[in-house]
Ligand binder design. Structure first.
Ligand SMILES: NC(=O)c1ccc[n+]([C@@H]2O[C@H](COP(=O)([O-])OP(=O)(O)OC[C@H]3O[C@@H](n4cnc5c(N)ncnc54)[C@H](O)[C@@H]3O)[C@@H](O)[C@H]2O)c1
Length: 318
C-alpha cells in the first residue's frame, strides 16, 4: 500500500481528501496525532506522501524518511520545512498557494479599518456607557497611502481592495518589475521611499533566511509618526521587541498584527495593553470558504501526484 500520512491532532475535516483518494485501490490515508520529533519520525517513516500544518519538518525528520516523495503543507507559508534537506533527497515540497489569498487580504483590511477607526476602543467605550469618541478623530482612508512590502498574491489582492477605497499604493518588492506593479494600480519604489511616504505599511513577504528580522527599529524610525503598521505575513520577519518599543515611544501610531515572533506563548503585556494595537491570533486564513478550499487544493494536488503528474506549486525547485 502507498501510505499518505497527515500530521494532525484531529481526524476531522479530511472528507474531501478521503473521497478523491477512493479512486486509488492501493492508497491508505492515515491521520496521525504525532507531536514530538520521535513520534513524528515513527509516524511518517514509511509514508510516500506527508501532509502537515504546524509540525517543524526539520532535517532529522526528513532524513529518516524511507519512501517519501512528496510533502505538502496545508498553508501558504512553508518556513517550517527544511527545503534543502528535502531537495537533497529528491522530495517535492508543495504549499497551497491559493486557498486563502482573498481571506488574508480581507483580514489585513479589517486590521487597517480597526486601527484607523479605533473600533476596539470605541467598542469598549460603548460597553462602558460612554458616548462620543473621547479621543482625537479617526482616520479617513480615502486619499491615504498604503505601502506594500512584498507584493505577491496577498499583497495584490489587498491592493485591489485599497484601490477600491481610493487609497494610493506604493510597493517594495525587488522580485517584481515596475510594469507588473503599475498594472495593479500601484507604484514600485525603494524601501525608504515607501517607509517615508506611507500612512499604512503592510507586510506580505515570506519568512526565510533572508527575511528574518527584516523590519526593525531603523525602519520604524523612517515611517511617519502617524503611520500604522500591519503584519499578516509572519511574525519573525519583524523584530518584535523593537516594534513594541516603537509603539510605546510613539515612533509609529498603531499596529494591526495577526502574526507574532513566538506563537507558542502569551503575548508581551506591553502589546496586549496598548490602546493602539489590534491583535488577532494568526487566524487571517480562517474563513468559511478557505477552510474547505484548502482541503480541495491539497486533495487535488495529491491526486495529480498519484496519477504520475508533477504536483502543483512545488516550492523547492525540483
Ligand atoms: N496570517 C495568515 O493566516 C497567513 C495565511 C497565509 C499566508 N500568510 C503569509 O503571507 C505571506 C505572503 O503570502 P502570498 O500568498 O502573498 O505569497 P507570495 O509568494 O505570492 O508573495 C510573496 C511576495 O514577497 C516578495 N518577496 C520575497 N522576498 C522579499 C523581500 N526580501 N523583500 C520584498 N519582497 C519580497 C516576493 O517577490 C513575492 O512577490 C506568506 O509567505 C505567508 O507566510 C499568512
Amino acid at each position: 500500500m502507498r501510505k499518505i500520512v497527515v500530521l494532525s491532532s484531529s481526524d476531522k475535516g479530511y472528507e474531501y481528501e478521503i473521497k478523491v483518494l477512493k479512486q486509488f485501490d492501493d492508497v491508505e490515508f492515515i491521520v496521525s496525532p504525532a507531536r514530538t520529533e520521535d513520534e513524528v519520525i515513527d509516524a511518517v517513516r514509511d509514508a510516500e506522501v506527508i501532509l502537515f500544518t504546524a509540525t517543524k519538518m526539520n532535517e532529522r525528520i526528513i532524513n529518516s524518511l524511507e519512501k517519501c516523495r512528496l510533502i505538502i503543507r496545508y498553508g501558504i507559508g512553508y518556513d517550517n520545512v527544511d527545503l534543502v534537506a528535502a531537495g537533497k533527497r529528491g522530495i517535492y515540497v508543495c504549499n497551497a498557494p491559493n486557498y486563502g489569498v482573498v481571506d488574508v487580504a480581507e483580514h489585513a483590511l479589517s486590521l487597517i479599518f480597526a486601527v484607523a477607526k479605533k473600533t476596539l476602543n470605541m467598542h469598549d467605550r460603548a460597553k462602558s456607557g460612554a458616548w462620543g469618541p473621547g479621543m482625537p478623530p479617526f482616520l479617513r482612508l480615502r486619499g491615504k497611502t498604503i505601502g506594500f512590502i512584498g507584493f505577491g498574491n496577498i499583497g495584490k489582492a489587498l491592493c485591489k481592495m485599497t484601490n477600491g477605497l481610493s487609497m494610493k499604493a506604493l510597493v517594495y518588492d525587488p522580485y517584481l518589475s515596475a510594469d507588473t506593479v503599475t498594472a495593479c494600480g500601484a507604484e514600485k519604489v525603494e524601501l525608504d521611499d515607501l517607509l517615508e511616504n506611507s500612512d499604512f505599511v503592510s507586510l506580505h513577504m515570506p519568512l526565510n533566511e533572508n527575511t528574518r528580522h527584516f523590519i526593525g527599529r531603523e525602519h520604524f524610525e523612517k515611517m511617519k509618526k502617524t503611520a500604522i503598521f500591519i503584519n499578516t505575513s509572519r511574525g519573525p520577519i519583524v523584530n518584535e521587541t523593537e516594534l513594541i518599543e516603537a509603539l510605546e515611544q510613539n515612533v509609529i501610531a498603531g499596529v494591526g498584527l495577526d502574526v507574532f515572533e513566538d506563537e507558542t506563548k502569551p503575548l508581551d503585556p506591553r502589546l496586549t495593553s496598548s490602546p493602539n494595537a489590534v491583535l488577532t491570533p494568526h487566524v487571517a486564513w480562517n474563513t468559511d470558504v478557505a477552510v474547505t478550499a484548502i482541503h480541495e487544493e491539497v486533495g487535488d494536488n495529491i491526486v495529480r501526484y498519484l496519477r504520475g503528474e508533477r504536483p502543483n506549486s512545488v516550492v523547492n525547485k525540483l
